[in-house]
Every structure is written in structure tokens, then in C-alpha cells.
Ligand binder design. Structure first.
Ligand SMILES: Nc1ncnc2c1ncn2[C@@H]1O[C@H](COP(=O)(O)OP(=O)(O)OP(=O)(O)O)[C@@H](O)[C@H]1O
Ligand SMILES: [Mg+2]
Length: 237
């Protein structure tokens, strides 16, 4: 099997009849088990890139391979979304009328998991994210950090190999954000997850193996990354 978990080539995505060009030929490779931080100014296409990788959105051109599978060739996109990629949305998107446990179970309906198994797995996942005692609470009764941890548990509902997280700490204070990052790091170590995480926070990005930068719908080559001091040659005195 390929050592590359996610490969994106020449991805183009426009909205509003081409007026908005969210992706303009984005390329990216993420190795298996790698943790990559994705940074870039607001509107540069980060969320769009994650949504296309998660097959929530179709590109106009270009290719996405995840775990060796070309998403263009996937017949059952619901199964792909349920099993291969877990997505933590920029806004957590939990269903307000459902409890934490029920929210975590939602993706399991797609895989036909039985009721008892769904409940057991939801309990396990909520325990994993430190919410064993909040399984019956609804999102409105949880703090922002707790909601984000429920969203992570939901993203892992079917044990996907790849976790895509869109600013999972964006709305949290540094303490809650730190706990979410500790959790993501632990999951990555324990489960061998591949993680692609969008952040505006350099402190969060510093915890990744590698940071890639986007600008105007493209992923910048490492040499073109702005604001990164270049190693200057040592001048003889
Ligand atoms: N469904 C949509 N319809 C129209 N335009 C969209 C849609 N989704 C995104 N866009 C536009 O595409 C561009 C890229 O949006 P995207 O959400 O990917 O940016 P982003 O890098 O995630 O920004 P932020 O850091 O603010 O979350 C923006 O100009 C945005 O307004
Ligand atoms: Mg975004």
C-alpha cells in the first residue's frame, strides 16, 4: 500500500459560476501517520481543500487520492465519508437536539452498526476524549471545548485512518485549545492517525511535523513560504 495517505494534485474549485476561485491548482501530499498543519489567510481556500478531500464538495479539476483510492472513482461516497476520513468542521456542526452520545453515533448509521454496538462505541469514544460523564448532555449544555471534543469523537466514529480538522481550536481559549491539541496528538500516536489540521495559531502549528502554507487557492512550495527567515550564509569576518 502507498506510504502517502493524502495526495492532492492540481485541484481547482470555483463557486458562483467561476466568479470565486477558491482553489486554483492546489497540490499537497501527506504521508501516512504524518501530522500536517495548514495555514494561510482567511479566504485562501483551506476549508474548501478539506471539504474536497472529504468528498463533501467535488472539484472542477484535479485529483484527490486518499489511502491509495482516487475519490473520483469512489462509487459510494457516503461510505467513503463515513469510513476513510473523519472531518472536524470549522464550526462544530453538532446536532443541537441530540445528546453527545447520539451525535457521535450519527456516522455509524452509514456503516450499519447495530444499536448496542453504536452505544458502546460512542461511550468509548467519549471516554477517549475525556467526556465519559457528559454522554447524555446536549451541545447547548456543553462548553466550547467540550463540544469540539464531541466533534472529534464523532469524526472518529468509524475509526477512519485520516482526520481532517478545520481550526479545531479556533474558538477556544488557550487552555481548552491545549487540551484539544493534546487529544489530537494522543490519538495520532495511539491510532496511527494521519492528521491534516487547519489553524491560524502558530503555537498549534508548531506541534505538527510540518506546516504548509496556502495563498490564493494554492499550496505554496516550502521555498516560497513568506515570513520564514531564510538561513543566511555565515559571512567570514
Ligand atoms: N459554498 C460557497 N459558495 C460560494 N463561495 C464560497 C463557498 N465556500 C467558500 N467560498 C469562498 O471560497 C473562498 C475560499 O473559502 P474557504 O472557506 O475555503 O477559505 P478559508 O481559507 O477556509 O478561510 P477562513 O480562514 O476564513 O476559514 C472564499 O472566498 C469563500 O468566500
Ligand atoms: Mg475556513
Amino acid at each position: 500500500m502507498s506510504e502517502i495517505a493524502v495526495e492532492v494534485r492540481g485541484l481547482v474549485k470555483s463557486y458562483e459560476g467561476g466568479r470565486i476561485r477558491a482553489l486554483r491548482g492546489a497540490d499537497l501530499k501527506v504521508a501516512r501517520g504524518e501530522f500536517v498543519a495548514l495555514m494561510g489567510p482567511s479566504g485562501c481556500g483551506k476549508s474548501t481543500l478539506l471539504h474536497v478531500i472529504a468528498a463533501l464538495d467535488r472539484p472542477d479539476a484535479g485529483h484527490v487520492h486518499v489511502m491509495g483510492v482516487d475519490t473520483d472513482a469512489v462509487r459510494d461516497l457516503s461510505a467513503y465519508r463515513a469510513r476513510t476520513v473523519g472531518l472536524v468542521f470549522q464550526l462544530h456542526n453538532l446536532l443541537p437536539a441530540l445528546t453527545a452520545s447520539e451525535n457521535v453515533q450519527v456516522p455509524m448509521f452509514e456503516t450499519g452498526t447495530g444499536r448496542r454496538e453504536r452505544r458502546r462505541r460512542a461511550d468509548d469514544l467519549l471516554a477517549l476524549v475525556g467526556l465519559a460523564d457528559r454522554t447524555h448532555n446536549r451541545p447547548g449544555e456543553l462548553s466550547g471545548g467540550e463540544r469540539q471534543r464531541v466533534a472529534i469523537a464523532r469524526a472518529l466514529a468509524n475509526d477512519p485512518p485520516v482526520l481532517l480538522a478545520d481550526e479545531p481550536t479556533g474558538s477556544l481559549d488557550s487552555k481548552a485549545g491545549g487540551r484539544v491539541m493534546d487529544l489530537i496528538e494522543r490519538l495520532r500516536t495511539e491510532r496511527g492517525l494521519t492528521v491534516l489540521l487547519v489553524t491560524h495559531d502558530p503555537g498549534v502549528a508548531a506541534r505538527a511535523d510540518r506546516t504548509v502554507h496556502m495563498l490564493d487557492g494554492r499550496v505554496l512550495a516550502p521555498a516560497a513560504v513568506p515570513n520564514v527567515p531564510l538561513a543566511l550564509p555565515v559571512m567570514p569576518s
